[in-house]
Ligand binder design. Structure first.
Ligand SMILES: Nc1ncnc2c1ncn2[C@@H]1O[C@H](COP(=O)(O)OP(=O)(O)O)[C@@H](O)[C@H]1O
Ligand SMILES: [Mg+2]
Length: 231
């Protein structure tokens, strides 16, 4: 039996037999503003509040105060969860990203001390952008995967994607090295743009292959599996 880790995102878990595989490494891919950060934080917030799984968010982009303020809009009180010791936010600004890899033993201690079960790294792209060529990026990603595998956590990475015809491809081709890939599409219909989610890959899972409409509501991300993108 494969143990599943539900995201609690309405409409999502049923697409993947109940959730991500326990201790898998999955990536959410999309363009700027697609909703990757919101998706990742909703996964952590629900983990703590609905599934009793503490969370660690490693930000390689935005600052804590800004994220906390934005997430308050969805009613997600990360500051309070942090006070309770259930949530940890670690920020490595652009000029210190290399330190993230050096800090691996410290992060492992944080995971043990806070009994962390879910980790987000936002974004993998920021880490890989530091490397000047494909060889070094691959080495860096393999190093990252080695670190992650020692955590014993379910890990969600975010990645910038680029649209090539109807496909969204993660920058630097990290899809091949992870267990699951979820892509957020932005689809133009006349003068409006709608969002939709696709399970591009999910090892060991009989996943949905449909593209499912998605909205960012005042309670966060919600999917509409009974609706059609091009209805
Ligand atoms: N409170 C909100 N209500 C509805 N949509 C929002 C809200 N806050 C942000 N958004 C939408 O989410 C987008 C940002 O989501 P984010 O997860 O930061 O994107 P990404 O990480 O993929 O760049 C914004 O461009 C905006 O369209
Ligand atoms: Mg983001």
């Amino acid at each position: 039996m494969i143990e599943r880790i539900p995201t609690g995102i309405p409409g999502f878990d049923d697409l993947i037999e109940g959730g991500f595989e326990k201790n898998s490494v999955d990536v959410i891919v999309g363009g700027a503003g697609a909703g990757k950060t919101i998706f990742a934080l909703q996964f952590l917030y629900n983990g703590i509040t609905k599934f009793n799984e503490n969370g660690l968010y490693i930000s390689l982009e935005e600052k804590k105060d800004k994220i906390y303020n934005h997430m308050e809009r969805f009613g997600w009180g990360f500051a309070q969860l942090e006070k309770e010791g259930k949530f940890v936010f670690v920020h490595y600004p652009a000029e210190q990203i290399e330190k993230f890899i050096e800090d691996a033993p410290y992060l492992k201690d944080v995971i043990t001390e806070h009994n962390i079960k879910r980790v987000v790294i936002d974004s993998a792209t920021s880490l890989l952008l530091l490397q000047e060529n494909a060889y070094h990026r691959r080495q860096m990603f393999l190093k990252l995967m080695g670190i992650i595998n020692g955590w014993g956590c379910t890990v969600l990475l975010t990645s910038e994607g680029k649209q090539i015809e109807n496909e969204i491809i993660a920058r630097f081709g990290i899809e091949f090295l992870v267990d699951g890939v979820v892509t957020i599409h932005v689809i133009q219909k006349g003068d409006i743009k709608d969002k939709a989610i696709e399970i591009a890959k999910m090892r060991g899972t009989n996943n949905s292959t449909r593209i499912i409409p998605m909205k960012i509501t005042k309670e966060g991300i919600r999917l509409y599996p009974t609706q059609r993108v091009f209805g």
